[in-house]
Design a protein around this ligand. Structure first.
Ligand code: SAH
Ligand code: DHB
Ligand code: MG
Length: 221
């Protein structure tokens, strides 16, 4: 069986990654150390990381919220797209994941730009809405797939008009009947597609397989 189930996709992935998303030492190190700490190998692919950087730059993002830190791999890509003085807040349920991410971010020289907060993301996001924190320019959703609809609704309230909401893993489950946690992803995609305050699309992304990122521009206020 060819990679991605389609002949040519493995070559396409290698081509895109070599040209646009080569991983430097801190990125490779973050993956190596995450694996050694026993974290699952489910970080975004290099293409996914690069897409996040392109989107963060397009949005001129100075404040980014990430939902689901794991070992900080996607956080490294995102934090590197911030201008001086920019900040990334990343939410993570598990203390061991947050600790690993903190070490990886410090080693990548991004410690001061990134704050990792431990605890359930929905709670943290509700609290931020209640506390009227300054709006984010980009929210990246990548935690519990069952909670995607809730993350999307809260992200909408936390994002500035003209800002971006991006959700990982929006495609593979959606088109795989019987996939675990498919319902949350389908519902999230449906909400985004119908939302009058969002203009959205799923962008396929090559990695270990084909998946996709839901990309939404907030046109509402
Ligand atoms: N964004 C990361 C990958 C995240 S994997 C990267 O690409 O590098 C999903 C992460 O979400 C895991 O670390 C998991 O512990 C975390 N998570 C799961 N449920 C959560 C919840 N309810 N609140 C916050 N984080 C959660
Ligand atoms: C999986 C992949 C992800 O990117 C993620 O955020 C969660 C789970 C997976 O392949 O199971
Ligand atoms: Mg993911």
């Amino acid at each position: 069986m060819p990679k991605h189930g389609v002949p040519g996709w493995g070559a396409a992935q290698s081509y895109i990654e070599a040209l646009f998303a080569p991983q430097d030492v801190p990125l490779k190190d973050a993956l190596r150390r995450s694996a050694r700490a026993g974290l699952p190998p489910i970080a975004v692919s290099p293409s996914g990381g690069r897409l996040l950087q392109v989107l963060a730059r397009a949005a001129r993002a100075r404040r980014i919220l990430e939902v689901g830190t794991l070992g900080g791999y996607s956080a490294i890509w995102l934090a590197r797209a911030l201008p001086r003085g920019g900040r990334l807040v990343s939410l993570e349920l598990h203390q061991e994941h947050a600790d690993t991410a903190r070490r990886n971010l410090d080693r990548a020289g991004l410690g001061k730009r990134v704050e990792v907060r431990t605890g359930p993301a929905l709670q943290a996001m509700r609290r931020m809405v209640r506390d009227r924190v300054p709006a984010f320019d980009l929210v990246f959703i990548d935690a519990d797939k069952d909670e995607y609809p809730g993350y999307l609704r809260l992200a909408y309230r936390l994002t500035r008009s003209g800002g971006l909401i991006v959700a990982d893993n929006a495609l593979r489950r959606a088109v795989s009947p019987g996939a675990p946690k498919r319902g949350g992803v389908l519902e999230c995609n449906r909400i985004a597609a119908r939302h009058t305050g969002l203009v959205s699309i799923i962008v396929p992304v090559l990695g270990k397989g084909v998946d996709g990122m839901l990309v939404c521009v907030k046109t509402g206020r």
